[in-house]
Design a protein around this ligand. Structure first.
Ligand SMILES: [Cu+2]
Length: 165
């Protein structure tokens, strides 16, 4: 239910003397713990963590979910806005760059299959950064992500993550 963000310059000792260099080397780390909202009572007991690390033009996002039913695959994505009382409040999928590229290269997908203990982990690594304020959550869906359309069925629960802010 909390979200936090830390921006830590690499080689902080350089910060005072060379601010521009320090900024270019900044590592931005965003976290979200949740879910903030659950839209299907079946999932009322789940717990989520999202960890996002951006550095050198690469964004690395991890989703960890506990308390899930085992053995089937769930879709998950980075969405545009923070979670709200309605599943639709998170908006559509965050999309980056050239609309001519496949969706799988322009969005951040975090599909996962929980193990026998109901523990699921997904990691996505993309060669670009999320502009501050342009993505606000990770939504878990009822079905795996369709590789062409990006659709993944009903929104089950949502974790707010202040990406890049
Ligand atoms: Cu989604």
């Amino acid at each position: 239910m909390q979200a936090s963000r830390i921006t830590a310059p690499v080689g902080a000792f350089l910060l005072a003397a060379v601010p521009a260099l320090a900024a270019a080397d900044a590592v931005t780390v965003d976290h979200g713990h949740g879910p903030a909202y659950v839209y299907d009572a079946t999932y009322a007991g789940v717990r989520t963590q999202v960890h996002s690390r951006a550095h050198d033009g690469v964004t690395d996002v991890r989703l960890i979910v506990d308390g899930m039913p085992a053995g089937r695959r769930f879709g998950a994505h980075v969405h545009l806005r923070p979670c709200g009382p309605l599943g639709s409040d998170a908006g559509g999928h965050y999309q980056h760059g050239d609309a001519g590229l496949p969706l799988a290269e322009r969005e951040i997908w975090l599909d996962f299959t929980p193990d026998a203990d109901g523990h699921g982990v997904a990691r996505a690594r993309v060669p670009w950064l999320i502009a501050a304020g342009t993505a606000g959550s990770v939504v878990v869906h009822a079905a795996p992500t369709d590789p062409v359309t990006g659709a993944a069925g009903a929104r089950l629960f949502c974790t707010t993550v202040p990406f890049g802010q």
